[in-house]
Design a protein around this ligand. Structure first.
Ligand SMILES: Cc1cc2nc3c(=O)[nH]c(=O)nc-3n(C[C@H](O)[C@H](O)[C@H](O)COP(=O)(O)OP(=O)(O)OC[C@H]3O[C@@H](n4cnc5c(N)ncnc54)[C@H](O)[C@@H]3O)c2cc1C
Length: 394
């Protein structure tokens, strides 16, 4: 049988892969064929489906702020882009805001980030403890000095619905989705020539895009690239019931790093482990002590009515964690020049999907960025020692 040939082959069809497919296919200058290879079209274990769904503009890095600013405008106008056959898209965007709390110790960082954010016209304001109490009367502010409140244009959304919306639109534009696993590449020194699938099929590819999430380093290794610093790191989300409602509750990030937000009538919460106790991990086993021993005491301290909450459900997912600088890695490999990265989002890739999809499509269609310049996120930065550290990681 003759091998199928595609101009673009995207490995991984969750939110990043599908966004790249959509933006590339929707560009009028693009005339080629695109295939997206996704091993699990239910997305049951993809980071996207297991995420907290948050979008915010409170980053330390200017690129990340611009990325989210574009992202939220895209999401708010999603039907202008992703509607197929007059079927409206609903991603349940809850524009309830995003609140980073700081004790006295955290104020210098909060203020520095705030200056960067406002210089880019992000929708953020700093509230002192009294203002926090006035706005969120359910919050214990005794140990707080201030908070950065992102509103409007921040909140959360249904990540799975967003993936399906990108995918459906991409398919309507002629993109082919193939349910299969990429198990190898046939490459020469400068190019990846073929994509080998578990089914035995071999695809000829013009440009190959790695959008494999927490599996990105494995996929890169198949192309002979052994130094992509993306590690799979487990994160838990716990759903809990509270008898009281918290009026106007945004996604709240405590100074400890613990976060919570409303989820329908309930709440979800989570916390990242300390860096020295965050091993690489691919399993989905739960550790309920994280809720009982770590999160609940923090939550009850911060919101007194959380003293009597009841945990109702939970799940584990994986951050595609860039261990070097906790930021995305985007663009072509310097030697395997037709192999592109869209990896390492370190817990903030959902909100970055519209801008990253657009950015990669610009590289594919024009060979350079046309809108937000993401050259600082190139793979070569590690060898050049030009890291772009993001400090606002949740
Ligand atoms: C608990 C948790 C909370 C999070 N909260 C947020 C948040 O609030 N806001 C935010 O912006 N981000 C958040 N994130 C991060 C966000 O979910 C990710 O950055 C984003 O979803 C990454 O999308 P992706 O498409 O790159 O990866 P994924 O969603 O993991 O998709 C990768 C896809 O590639 C497929 N794949 C992998 N290898 C192969 C292969 N060899 N062959 C074929 N297919 C393959 C997988 O099946 C998968 O579907 C969170 C993540 C977690 C785990």
């Amino acid at each position: 049988m003759k091998n199928q040939t595609y101009d673009i082959i995207i490995v991984g069809g969750a939110v990043i892969g599908s966004s790249i497919a959509y933006f590339t296919a929707s560009n009028p200058t693009f005339q080629g064929k695109i295939a997206v290879i996704e091993k699990d079209p239910t997305y049951a274990q993809s980071s996207t489906s297991l995420s907290a769904g948050g979008i915010r503009q409170q980053f330390s890095n200017p690129e990340n702020i611009l990325i989210s600013k574009f992202g939220v405008q895209f999401l708010k106008n999603i039907n202008n882009y992703l509607k197929v056959d007059n079927d409206p898209v609903n991603i349940d965007f809850e524009e309830n805001g995003y609140l980073f709390l700081a004790s006295k110790k955290g104020i210098p960082v909060l203020e520095k980030n705030h200056a960067t954010q406002t210089s880019l016209e992000a929708d953020v304001e700093i509230l002192n403890a009294d203002q926090l109490k006035e706005k969120f009367n359910w919050l214990n502010v005794d140990d707080l000095a201030a908070g950065s409140f992102g509103y409007p244009n921040s909140g959360w959304l249904d990540a799975h619905c967003l993936t399906l919306a990108f995918k459906n639109k991409a398919k309507s534009l002629g993109v082919t989705y193939i349910e299969d696993s990429v198990i190898d590449f046939n490459s020469d020194h400068h190019q990846v020539k073929q994509v080998v699938l578990e089914s035995g099929a071999v695809l000829n590819g013009g440009k190959i895009i790695n959008a494999a999430g927490a599996q990105a380093a494995k996929v890169s290794k198949m192309a002979g690239i052994n130094d992509l610093p993306v590690h799979s790191r487990k994160r838990f989300i716990f759903l809990f019931k509270c008898n009281d409602q918290l009026p106007g509750c945004p996604l709240v990030v405590d100074p400890t790093g613990a976060y919570f937000r409303p989820e329908g009538q309930n709440f979800i919460c989570g916390i990242s482990p300390p860096e020295d106790n965050d091993p690489d991990c691919e399993d989905y086993y739960m550790d309920y002590s994280v809720f009982e021993d770590e999160l609940w005491p923090i939550l009850a301290e911060r919101v007194p009515v959380f003293e009597t909450i009841k945990r109702t459900s939970s799940w584990a997912g994986h951050y595609a964690y860039n261990v070097k600088d906790q930021n995305a890695i985007i663009g072509a490999h310097p030697e395997k020049t037709n192999f592109y990265f869209a990896n390492g989002f370190s817990g903030h890739g959902l909100q970055q999907s519209p801008a990253v999809g657009r950015a990669v499509s610009e590289l594919i269609n024009f060979g350079s960025y046309q809108t937000i310049d993401l050259n600082n996120f190139r793979f070569e930065r590690f060898a050049e020692n030009k890291l772009v550290k993001e400090v606002n990681i949740v």
